[in-house]
Write a protein that binds this ligand. Sequence first.
Ligand code: FAD
Ligand code: 2HG
Ligand code: ZN
Length: 487
Amino acid sequence: LTSELYPSVKRNPNYKKLANEDIQFFQSILTENEILQANDKEDLAFYNEDWMRKYRGQSKIVLKPKSVEKISQILKYCNEQKIAVVPQGGNTGLVGGSVPVFDEVVLSVSNLNEIRNFDPVSGILKCDAGVILENADNFLAEHGYIFPLDLGAKGSCHVGGVVACNAGGLRLLRYGSLHGSVLGLEVVLPNGDILNSMHSLRKDNTGYDLKQLFIGSEGTIGIITGVSILTPPRPKAFNVSFLAVNSYEDVQKVFVKAKKELLEILSAFEFMDDKSQQLTKHHLAGVPHPFEESYPFYILIETSGSNKDHDDEKLEKFLESAMEDGLVVDGVVAQDETELRNLWQWRELIPESSQCQGGVYKYDVSLPLKHLYSLVEAANARLSEAALLGDAPKPVIQAVGYGHVGDGNLHLNVAVREYNKQVEKALEPFVYEFVSSKNGSISAEHGLGFQKKNYIGYTKNPQEIKMIKDLKTHFDPNGILNPYKYI
Ligand code: FAD
Ligand code: 2HG
Ligand code: ZN
């Protein structure tokens, strides 16, 4: 097998090509509803292609087991037979990690989708990995709790998927990383062993904290089947304000001011450049933007707490003084739930807006705050110099910047009319070199997957990479899990 999409990547001949006996084995443990096979009508496109339609594999079979034991039997068999397997959650990952590269078996956990247990005193939720994030959050809302992670893909991504990616999202500023809130995991290892580590303890210093290895491992050393997570009480009062500022310098100043003055009620601090808003306006054709006029940068601040009057007063004072100081040049505050959602959409819909005109090159990086936006400027300059940016027939529509300022995480999105090797060459490794020169990370939250498989060295040193490889070999000596990706 070769792939037109990836001419430089060759299928590893050590992996067995699926034979009838393998299909018969899968059929012996799974029901008809748990197996999808490619045929004349069905090319399994949904499972083979990623959210950006940038990466595409050629798998002919998708397994959707309904129990952990079945996953265990499948992995044991695939390990013995050296059949490559790609774990898949909601397939919303943004680095090509969730889809096959060649003919790997897709193992979807979407049929493992039950809430297992919730303790309303401690706030600990235990659920299957395939529960959709929004469903988990809706369940928690009924009990007065909230999932400590929120992101634009919540309607499709899985709890297990976000743990496998160590997704960051819109409220990391408030609730911290999943490395802190996940208390335990259940994982099927490549040899079929089930690691039961579904603990409910906030404090446990008995040796290595094994679950941490699987958080952010992107399906390379085990399939997460269960998650135990500490959830906080759901705030009763939410406020959202959308602000306009004149420079990136001022974005940083407003951030410092918000941290000090909104302190315990600050739950999100997001920024967007004007170009990202132009793309979103185009995508949302006709929906009025919060401001008639355009400004260089916008900030979305969310506060959440237990007392609406208290939060309103605090936010009002903060905004008044930020305007008096000349930091904020225009601003709106949502007056009700509908307005709140409307303001959020100008931030949450940027990923979709930047991808829907043909394609998008996405870079998700950590940088010291003072350098955060300079990457967008450098990328634009490079694309202009290479004469790639502008009206059709030039391939690049816009290079835009936005992201989680509160976490030092920039999203650089380069919207293109179609995927184009020249654009890719202009941006890679340029972007990674830039990030490395500022001691940043080439992946703040989306992971490495297939996209950044050759670039890990821009953030990790050779000793760190060797330890990662050693761990991979320890857990998966036959390399059956998620091959061709970053390890
Ligand atoms: P998939 O896409 O199916 O898989 C992702 C990776 O995890 C793959 O390598 C896969 O092999 C592995 N995997 C999946 N499930 C399992 C499992 N059960 N066991 C082992 N491995 C598994 N990310 C952020 O960090 N912050 C954001 O704000 C954010 N916003 C987003 C907004 C949009 C509109 C979209 C499309 C994506 C966004 N993401 C964001 C990307 C984010 O990585 C994914 O949405 C999410 O983490 C992936 O979950 P999933 O269930 O779709 O996993
Ligand atoms: C977000 O913060 C996501 O909206 C997606 O992490 C970012 O699409 C992107 O580049
Ligand atoms: Zn993000």
